[in-house]
Design a binder for this molecule. Structure first.
Ligand SMILES: Cc1cc2nc3c(=O)[nH]c(=O)nc-3n(C[C@H](O)[C@H](O)[C@H](O)COP(=O)(O)O)c2cc1C
Length: 362
């Protein structure tokens, strides 16, 4: 276990997949103390808030705060125990802690990261409370869960947002602007794993996916779809300035998404019928199933702390999308799913109450 001052990619992925850490501090007479903490990590520093959870003393009198005032050396352990010992792992960070006062550089960003990970913090008034920032000086890790990329998928089995299913479904949003932060490959694999278990007509799994993470592939798709859309908008008689704005926006969305998953319908394994009505029903079932597979992916991503969007543009330019990505003619592009970490909170559209949706219950 060689010590480094920065986290490897698999350590970062592991750290983001866990929910709680143990923070060790020492007091002025060298007496150690360990407390469980909620935390966020921006890839280099760790942040833990002094929050509103019921405590016996005021935040400034907390033992950890007094300890850090006396001695800035701290240690943070993020671990996962599982009775299946092939899934064990821990990351241990030793470093320097400082208190970020409200308004100090980094304080607002730390709160944003913490609120992204813990929905409970979104409604807590943390603005007036300091945040502890920990700058690693040495990082060590151990465990099969951190062994390398091929094993990394297993670390994602613990939900990053720690929500039960209904809150998970309620909190997911269609996000249209992402941070410039890569999506771990393991997360994309977990999304596809979730898709794989969607219900499908006759169990035929009529969906296939193309995953795009390189700048080149994203740009190629954006260019091709943009050209197609431009001709459609011109055909619709839209003014050139509106066309230019809409194209630029769509191009930007595709280019800046850290990862994209193109969801395609695949009808080749479905039953064939002599009459058009049954054939159409068979295809509709496949489309319904593709929607289920996509929703599985969106919720899996959300559970991992990621955000997603949904772009229907490929549905309108299937041949162009296939040509741009060199896809087989049997694949019918339906939806483009951008994946990443939210940069901007989307507008919440009102959702109808249950009694407007259920037309009969007897
Ligand atoms: C089939 C389908 C196609 C969609 N296409 C787009 C799209 O092209 N662009 C977009 O910004 N959002 C698109 N959305 C996302 C919806 O706008 C979004 O789900 C809706 O506004 C509700 O917001 P929410 O997902 O945040 O709850 C699509 C959603 C579905 C189900």
């Amino acid at each position: 276990m060689a010590a480094r001052a920065s986290l490897t990619e698999s350590e970062q992925a592991f750290v983001l997949a866990q929910r709680a850490a143990r923070l060790a501090t020492v007091n002025v007479s060298g007496q150690p103390s360990v407390v469980p903490v909620c935390y966020a990590c921006d890839g280099s520093r760790f942040y833990t808030p002094l929050d509103e959870k019921p405590k016996r003393v005021a935040p400034a009198d907390l033992r950890r705060v007094r300890d850090i005032a006396a001695n800035t050396a701290v240690s943070l352990v993020i671990d996962r125990y599982d009775d299946d010992w092939s899934r064990l792992g821990f990351v241990q960070v030793r470093g320097q802690a400082e208190l970020l006062a409200p308004g100090a550089p980094g304080h607002a960003e730390a709160l944003r990261l913490l609120r992204e990970r813990y929905v409970q913090y979104r409604t807590m008034a943390l603005e007036e409370l300091p945040v502890i920032a920990i700058t690693p000086e040495s990082v060590v890790s151990w465990g099969p869960a951190l062994a390398g990329n091929e094993d990394a998928a297993s670390i994602w089995t613990q939900p990053g947002r720690g929500l039960d299913f209904v809150p998970l479904a309620q909190h997911r949003r269609s996000v249209r602007a992402f941070q410039d932060r890569p999506v771990p490959r393991a997360a994309l694999e977990t999304m596809l794993e979730a898709a794989r278990w969607a219900p499908s007509p006759h169990g035929r799994q009529p969906w296939r996916f193309a995953v795009l993470t390189t700048t080149v592939a994203k740009a190629r798709l954006a260019e091709a779809m943009g050209a197609d859309w431009q001709s459609t908008l011109e055909m619709d008689g839209q003014p050139p300035n509106i066309i230019a704005t809409r194209l630029a926006k769509s191009h930007e969305r595709i280019r800046t998404a850290p990862a994209l998953i193109l969801a395609c319908l695949y009808l080749e394994d479905l039953d064939r019928y002599p009459d058009a009505a049954r054939q159409r029903a068979e295809e509709v079932m496949a489309i319904q199933s593709l929607g289920a597979a996509i929703q599985n992916m969106l919720l899996a991503a959300y559970s991992l702390g990621l955000d997603t969007g949904w772009m229907c543009a490929p549905l309108f330019s299937p041949a162009t999308v296939r040509a741009a990505l060199d896809l087989n003619a049997t694949l019918l592009p339906h939806a483009l799913i951008p994946v990443g970490y939210m940069a901007r909170e989307p507008r919440r559209r009102p959702h109808r109450p249950i009694d407007e949706l259920v037309v009969r219950w007897e």
